[in-house]
Design a protein around this ligand. Structure first.
Ligand SMILES: O=C(O)CCC(=O)c1ccccc1C(=O)O
Ligand SMILES: [Mg+2]
Length: 368
């Protein structure tokens, strides 16, 4: 691959409505856009999905910018690669920093697919032409949760993820069930509980949830295996799974029945695919998680979720779930509950240059 230039941009955009979790509120989303160009002027795009503050993982926009500028991009300049999978070996010398690695790796996958005139989905082994779409409800009150559910139901979403915590769980889910007895509902706790809350968590079995995502500590797999033995609701791990080894260990221990795969969290599409392949082999269902992302990462998620093991509707919602105007064209849309997997080259979406320009705070260019 003849990489000649890399452009990093920090962008910022307000969410249409605040996103509430027990860890804090997201009102404005800062993000990192990575553009990798070759000597023929073809560009691949990726997104660094770390947030402005380290509330979800330890990375931030600033740490990503540092690791990309001072470590990963210089490493790539000194060590030309033939294929995006070569990055797995090249980046092994750098501990963690998965979101920074993934943003660059995914831009290079997009470039690779485009230079081979294939869709990213085809290049990574996707088999699906459309993806069942789910949505997250992260509101601060019961009434706004119910309003959001009603709106998203009308828009066709097939799965509803409700953020919960020990102060807002049983009564919230009971009200949702009272209004929607058959709704495909799951809960995401973002590590709000400990094993001391076992009775609270057992009680949630009443609601036949599709699953409960990450109830216990963000780096735990041991206690989740104890919890899974006590509750009927399937556990899905998110934060705890940052590598193929984590997925393998969690499955062997019985810590979860389902895994949420986010390419950013695990260091890129290659590692995401390894986890997917292992889960498919072991009969563990997976789905694609979201990061309140802009269109580029959303497009990568669509390609990832086209792999055969992604059998559960994930967090791949339309661009208009979070944004007044996205940075890609066309925007991601949900039709009758599905997102179409594009068959054009690479991620299959263009860049809305005007929107990208007006949301850019800062940019930095690296010439090879
Ligand atoms: O639709 C989305 O973008 C996912 C929403 C979501 O739940 C989330 C958003 C940001 C960080 C972590 C999470 C999560 O899955 O825990
Ligand atoms: Mg989660």
């Amino acid at each position: 691959m003849k990489i000649s230039r890399i452009k990093l941009r920090v962008i910022s955009m307000p969410l249409k409505s605040p996103f509430y979790t027990h860890l804090g509120v997201v009102v404005e989303r800062e993000g990192l856009i990575i553009e990798v160009s070759d000597s023929n002027g073809i560009s691949g795009f990726g997104e660094g999905v770390a947030f402005s503050t380290p509330w979800y993982t330890e990375e931030t926009v600033k740490t990503s910018l540092h690791i990309l500028s001072d470590v990963l991009i210089p490493l790539l300049m000194e060590n030309p690669i033939k294929h995006p999978e070569d990055l797995a070996i090249l980046f092994k010398s750098v501990r963690r920093n998965h979101m920074a690695k993934a943003g660059l790796e995914m831009a290079i996958w997009d470039l690779y697919a485009k230079t081979n005139s294939k869709s990213l989905s085809a290049v990574i082994g996707g088999t699906r032409g459309e993806i069942a779409s789910g949505v997250v409800v992260a509101a601060d009150t019961l009434s706004s949760s119910l309003n959001q559910i009603e709106k998203y139901l009308e828009e066709g979403y097939q799965r509803f993820k409700i953020k919960i915590n020990p102060r807002q769980d049983y009564s919230l889910l009971a009200e949702i069930r009272r209004h929607y007895p058959e709704l495909p509902v799951m809960a995401d706790a973002n590590s709000a509980y400990t094993l001391k809350d076992i009775d609270r968590l057992k009680a949630l079995d009443d609601f036949h949830l599709l699953m409960i995502e990450q109830p216990l500590a963000s780096d735990d797999i041991i206690e989740h295996s104890l919890l899974q033995r006590e509750i009927k609701t399937p556990i899905c791990l998110d934060e705890s799974i940052v590598s193929f080894e984590d997925a393998k260990n969690a499955i062997e221990l019985g810590s979860c029945k389902i895994i949420n795969i986010k390419a950013g969290r695990v260091g890129g599409l290659y590692e995401a695919k390894r986890i997917h392949d292992y889960c498919l082999d072991k009969g563990i269902e997976v789905w694609c998680g979201g990061m309140i992302e802009f269109g580029i990462s959303r497009a990568h998620n669509i390609a990832l979720a086209s792999l055969p093991g992604f059998t559960i509707p994930g967090d791949i919602s339309a661009s208009n779930r979070f944004w007044e105007e996205d940075i890609i064209t066309p925007e991601v849309t949900v039709e009758k509950g599905y997102v179409t997997v594009p068959d054009g080259p690479g991620i299959g979406f263009g860049i809305n240059e005007k929107r990208l320009q007006e949301t850019t705070l800062f940019e930095k260019l690296f010439a090879f």
